[in-house]
Design a protein around this ligand. Structure first.
Ligand code: NI
Length: 172
């Protein structure tokens, strides 16, 4: 069955994902399909819970679906902010939160540790869009969405908009 994007307010998106004990063929297959879905959906990152799998697996390509030059698969990733990077604010969106974007503050620079699809450890420092993207995706693994990081007022406006949208589609 082809993978499908799980969208808010599906409770799966609020759950904590489990570490992957071993990179199996199944995990490689899942990562491959997640990558394809990410490109098809015009995203630059996707996390396993977004396709209904509560596993600590993310796929990122900040070069986007046109170029596809920077695909990165991270198994069990962790991110640690690097102090000197400070905080940066940028507009984010999410495949699981369609038709909504908002500004979010995050660390401008982070250290990332993970395992690759060969089961080998990888570690690197990231800044700018890659740093933001990794933090956004790792948030998914902890059951957190970017809308959990916006002001209470903005969140309220978002929820109202969502309710109205649901009502409209029920009328149709
Ligand atoms: Ni997202």
């Amino acid at each position: 069955m082809p993978l499908k994007i799980v969208t808010y307010p599906n409770p799966l998106l609020g759950k904590t994902s489990q570490p992957i004990p071993e990179v199996t063929e199944e995990i490689r297959q899942l990562a491959q399909e997640m990558g394809e879905l990410m490109y098809k959906s015009d995203g630059i990152g996707i996390a396993a819970p977004q396709v209904g799998e509560l596993l600590r697996l993310v796929v990122i390509d900040i070069t986007g679906p046109e170029k596809r030059e920077g695909k990165m698969v991270l198994v069990n990733p962790t991110v640690t902010p690097i102090m000197e990077g400070g905080l940066v604010e940028s507009e984010e969106g999410c495949l699981s939160v369609p038709d909504y974007r908002a500004k979010v503050k995050r660390a401008g620079k982070v250290h990332v540790e993970a395992t690759d699809l060969d089961g080998k450890p990888v570690s690197f420092d990231a800044e700018d869009m890659l740093a933001i993207c990794v933090q956004h995706e790792v948030d998914h693994l902890d059951g957190k969405l970017f809308i959990d990081r916006i002001s209470r007022l903005k969140r309220m406006m978002f929820e109202n908009k969502l309710k109205k949208g649901t009502r409209q589609s029920q009328v149709k």
